[in-house]
Design a protein around this ligand. Sequence first.
Ligand code: DX5
Ligand code: ZN
Length: 223
Amino acid sequence: MSDRIMMAPSILSADFTRLGEAVSLIADGGADFIHVDVMDGHFVPNLTIGPPVIKALKRITDTPLDVHLMIDNADWTVQWYLDAGADWVTVHAEACDHLHRVVQSIRAAGAKAGVSLNPGTPIESIREVVGIVDMVLLMSVNPGFGGQAFIPRIVEKCRALSALCAEEGVTPLIQIDGGIDVDTAPLVAAAGARCLVAGSAVYCSDDPVVAMNEIRAAAEAAL
Ligand code: DX5
Ligand code: ZN
């Protein structure tokens, strides 16, 4: 397993009036992904951004767009995000009628596919797809908002996911999203996570690039 931690700052906590600058700042500062949170006001109790914004961001950065779909109808709308230029598309297992088919269609379009689980959803529910995804995203808060407290039990869930992947003989990237900062990042890194989403800990700090790199360093120190 790689001993490098990839960072995916979430633009949910960026200043939306200066979104392009916020993205360029962290892209130039070494972000591995730009994490884009798409919420539909239905699967989660918040509404954010959609394909037009992804299309606009694609024009200003070469850093891969990691699009996290917190939406109910991904079965029917996933193509919108692929057409807009998403490089990685993550769907929620809880929100897809035909999870296997959606994952296949993301990959067929040439993008990387991720599957995400809410804190209350057991990892066993994705055993049948871990072999066909590029990433598994464990939510460490209930999705919908930035700035929520990390749920400690996710550390054990991450360890169990690492074990499940080993049993299946596959190595999807394990990403953690929610409440990640310099204190929680080492815990999940030690449990097998190799990609960390951080919103408020990056964008609500005085220097987002310094904050991002401090979180990465804290996590790598735990490996
Ligand atoms: C929450 C989103 C997260 C959010 C994380 O539903 O999926 O990506 O931006 O924000 P923080 O890092 O502040 O918990
Ligand atoms: Zn997210």
